[in-house]
Design a protein around this ligand. Structure first.
Ligand code: FE
Length: 136
C-alpha cells in the first residue's frame, strides 16, 4: 500500500484486494495463510520502529515488544491497543486465537498465552502481513 493512503481508500472487494496486494500478501492477509517458518524478512529484525499492516498501513506492533520466541515467526508480547483485533479460529482441528488488523480485517497470525512478561502473550505474526517503519 502506498504511503499517505487513507482508510477510505481501502478496497471494498476481494477483487480489489487481489489487485492491490502481492500474491503472497493476499494469501496471508485475505486467505488467512501462514508463511513458512523461519522464512520471514522481519524474523531477526531488531531495529527500533513500528510494524504496520501490509494491507492498510495501520500501526500494529511496536519494536519494543518484539522478542525472539524461537518459533520461526516474528513474535511480540503486546499489540498496539485498538488497532489489533482477535477472533476464535477453529480451523485445522485446533482452537486458536486469530489476530487481525482492526482497520482492514487482514489476517496477521495468532496469539498464544505462553509469552514473556509483562503480558504473558505471544503474538505470532507473519512477516508478510507487516511493513516496517523506522523510528521517525
Ligand atoms: Fe490493515
Amino acid at each position: 500500500m502506498s504511503e499517505g493512503q487513507s482508510t477510505e481508500d481501502l478496497p471494498d472487494s476481494e477483487a480489489e484486494w487481489r489487485e492491490q496486494l502481492t500474491d503472497e500478501e493476499y494469501e496471508i492477509l485475505r486467505e488467512r495463510g501462514t508463511e513458512p517458518k523461519f522464512s520471514g524478512e522481519y524474523l531477526g529484525k531488531a531495529e527500533d520502529g513500528t510494524y504496520v499492516c501490509a494491507g492498510c498501513g495501520t500501526p500494529l506492533f511496536d519494536s519494543e515488544t518484539k522478542f525472539d520466541s524461537g518459533s520461526g515467526w516474528p513474535s511480540f508480547y503486546d499489540a498496539i491497543p485498538e488497532n489489533v483485533g482477535t477472533e476464535i479460529d477453529r480451523r485445522h482441528g485446533m482452537e486458536r486465537i486469530e489476530v487481525l488488523c482492526a482497520t482492514c480485517g487482514g489476517h496477521l497470525g495468532h496469539v498464544f498465552e505462553d509469552g514473556p512478561d509483562p503480558t504473558g502473550k505471544r503474538y505470532c505474526i507473519n512477516s508478510v502481513a507487516l511493513d516496517f517503519e523506522d523510528e521517525a
